[in-house]
Design a protein around this ligand. Sequence first.
Ligand SMILES: Cc1cc2nc3c(=O)[nH]c(=O)nc-3n(C[C@H](O)[C@H](O)[C@H](O)COP(=O)(O)OP(=O)(O)OC[C@H]3O[C@@H](n4cnc5c(N)ncnc54)[C@H](O)[C@@H]3O)c2cc1C
Length: 397
Amino acid sequence: MGTQRTVYIAGAGIAGLTLALALAKFGTRVVVIERNAQIAEFGAGLQISPNARHALDALGLTDALSEKSFEPEGIDIYPDGRTEPLQTLTLGKIATARYGAPYVVMHRADLAEVLAAAARRFANIEIVFGVENFAVTQKDKGVAVTFTEAGSIDRKGTGFAFVGADGVNSATRTNVLGGPAAVYSGKIAWRTLVPPAALSGLLDLGRTSILMGAHHHLVVYPLPHRDAVNLALFTDARERDLDAAMLRQTPGLKAGPDRRLATILERAGETWTPWVLSTVRTPLWHEGPVGIIGDAAHAMLPFQAQGAAMGIEDAAILAPLLASSPDAGHAFTRFLALRRERVDKVQALSAANGRIFHMRWPATLARNAVIRAQGPLGHFRRLDWLYGYRTHTDPKS
Ligand SMILES: Cc1cc2nc3c(=O)[nH]c(=O)nc-3n(C[C@H](O)[C@H](O)[C@H](O)COP(=O)(O)OP(=O)(O)OC[C@H]3O[C@@H](n4cnc5c(N)ncnc54)[C@H](O)[C@@H]3O)c2cc1C
């Protein structure tokens, strides 16, 4: 497999960096073009489920990830202002034993740094920062790429393939492939980190907690390596209210009868960063030697905590195809066949969770009965297809 083969990747996010690493291991030369001046994942946490963790472990990242991540023992579910959890879904060692990789939480910046540090060790990965105005055209069987890098330096090159891992508003999807813009989901995410002391006595900080109420839910988990707790609050919002919401640092949510939520909101104060949640549905994931992965191809609601996980899986599956296929179009066609059904299913599950988490009475009665009936291990049986999936990048597997 050719060391001469060059793959261009737009975006040094989680999907782009994972793909760069996975390709570099096959000896492929990789040029990552990133709009930001540096690796920039700020301000919030990420749950990495066993399916994604398994793919990252296969890239040799186990120790680096273990140093910076935390394994919650379970997920406490508190609907409708309950003081005790309605259910605690088991995670921890039982999840690790079942899936062969742990279910962890970590700070996004720590995951980005683990990926970037690993990428820096490969001479065949170049990350170019401060990139503007990239353009891609098909040339012979490959691509011709032009872009301007920091310092207004124009660059051009040719490659075997171009992969857009440039996120939900991907220019590769809209400008190069002529695909659709992302669509607003009707929901906003509000994110902040607070010191553990701010939640003392309110929640078990050895676990993840989900507080559900009408038109909102709050996800809480510890980030001990940052001495912080991650709060992600999701609210329903009309499109016409978005501009005003983006200017605020507080969700302005009325917690109603949920006294615990009211206290958390009060203690977090005006530290929140809003994020508009949009999704991507496009039939076109590639054309010839140009393709898209991660949020660029299938941004989803974060209510199954799988957006980054799907980008990681995409990368692990696409890399060997690009490294070994005779032409990139063939690799992308195979990639689509391997990925589409699974990603569609996860996208639909994530959207359904949004409806379930934000239910109002009396629909909540049936929902709560189902949560109670599934027991502490029911989610494993329901989600084995998701967490037990293998990308098969590990040559030992
Ligand atoms: C509140 C919230 C919570 C979430 N929680 C989870 C979770 O727990 N688990 C999980 O798996 N997922 C979660 N997600 C989803 C996850 O954050 C995304 O799916 C993931 O970050 C997407 O990765 P990506 O690499 O595809 O895109 P991005 O992370 O968006 O990276 C895209 C990169 O491309 C660069 N770029 C963009 N445009 C250009 C351009 N024109 N030229 C060059 N570079 C460009 C960007 O600067 C960026 O570096 C969550 C999302 C939200 C909003």
